[in-house]
Design a protein around this ligand. Structure first.
Ligand code: AKG
Length: 291
């Protein structure tokens, strides 16, 4: 493994979390999201929905698509991820279409419009394996503008030792978006979108500029962050799996970047003109209008 992210030494989360079990959050949660670039929302997933979702994780892993990757996994713990699982597995479709996420996303972005971009399932086997490298989601998205958020839902309890970590306030950097490195460090992103992208500085340099924040999670909790918020995670050192899904939602300030080059997978739709609102049949509007 070419990199590691140490677990935080102090188990006390440095920021409060907010209850979202009613499907409504307050101004305190929205303000925290705006200031820090990430917020923890408790109980976004109904506990009764978890068994079907966990079965969905098994189903996704047993039938990976051509977009799937597994890092490691041959004779050790694997880090599996695949995309758009909600298009083919009912438990994820219900979570996406029938749950509170679009309305919470609308509140967090203070947006009229909410557009569905894609989803990304993550399963880290227990027992170590791959860390998640520091990155910003903007580096592999075709979105110009501030309104792209990652709604990451935990399906297992996740203590601070294996939790995602975020660099607080990094979403407000003026510098251009970093070039993407692949999660498996194999360099398969040789031809990633390069318009406006710059090489990332070493992680230590970024870590010295921003406070690192994290939360310990219970199954059903969410972390929500902006696409420029830098984040990464240690390997899963628990004996049990760490399963989660990220749903990406766009708001009013999200415009299509049709630049040459690709990411993996490349969520493009060139029926949308470069610089136009990122809305189409492929990336549907789920709240608001395009007027
Ligand atoms: O679950 C993980 O470790 C990776 C999540 C992540 O970095 C992302 O969704 O951008």
């Amino acid at each position: 493994m070419a990199f590691d992210i140490p677990a935080p030494a102090d188990p006390t989360p440095p920021r409060p979390a907010f209850d979202a079990s009613s499907g409504i959050i307050g101004e305190d949660a929205v303000s925290a999201f705006e200031a820090v670039g990430v917020v923890c929302l408790r109980q976004v997933v109904e506990p009764g929905d978890l068994p079907a979702i966990l079965a969905g994780c098994e189903e996704a892993r047993s039938a990976p698509t051509s977009m799937a990757t597994t890092i490691g996994g041959d004779d050790g713990p694997g880090f599996f991820f695949d995309f758009d699982v909600s298009d083919r597995i009912e438990a994820f479709r219900r979570l996406r279409d029938d749950g509170p996420m679009p309305d919470l996303a609308r509140q967090l972005m203070r947006s009229e419009r909410v557009v569905r971009y894609f989803d990304n399932l993550f399963v880290k086997d227990g027992g170590g394996g791959a860390a998640t490298p520091w990155h910003e989601d903007a580096s592999f998205q075709r979105v110009n503008g501030a309104d792209s958020i990652n709604f990451w839902l935990a399906f297992d309890d996740i203590p601070h030792t294996t939790a995602l970590q975020f660099l607080a306030g990094s979403h407000r950097r003026d510098e251009p978006i970093h070039l993407m490195g692949h999660f498996d460090d194999s360099g398969v992103y040789a031809d990633v979108i390069t318009r406006g992208r710059v090489p990332a500085p070493p992680p230590e340099e970024l870590g010295a500029q921003f406070e690192s924040v994290w939360w310990d999670l219970q199954a059903g909790d969410a972390l929500v962050w902006r696409h420029r918020t830098l984040h990464g995670a240690p390997a899963n050192t628990l004996p049990t799996p760490r399963r989660a899904i990220a749903y990406i939602w766009l708001g009013d300030d999200a415009f299509y970047d049709a630049a040459p080059g690709r990411t993996d997978p490349d969520f493009r739709d060139d029926t949308i003109p470069d610089g136009a609102l990122l809305v189409s049949e492929r990336f549907p509007l789920v709240r608001g209008t395009t007027e």
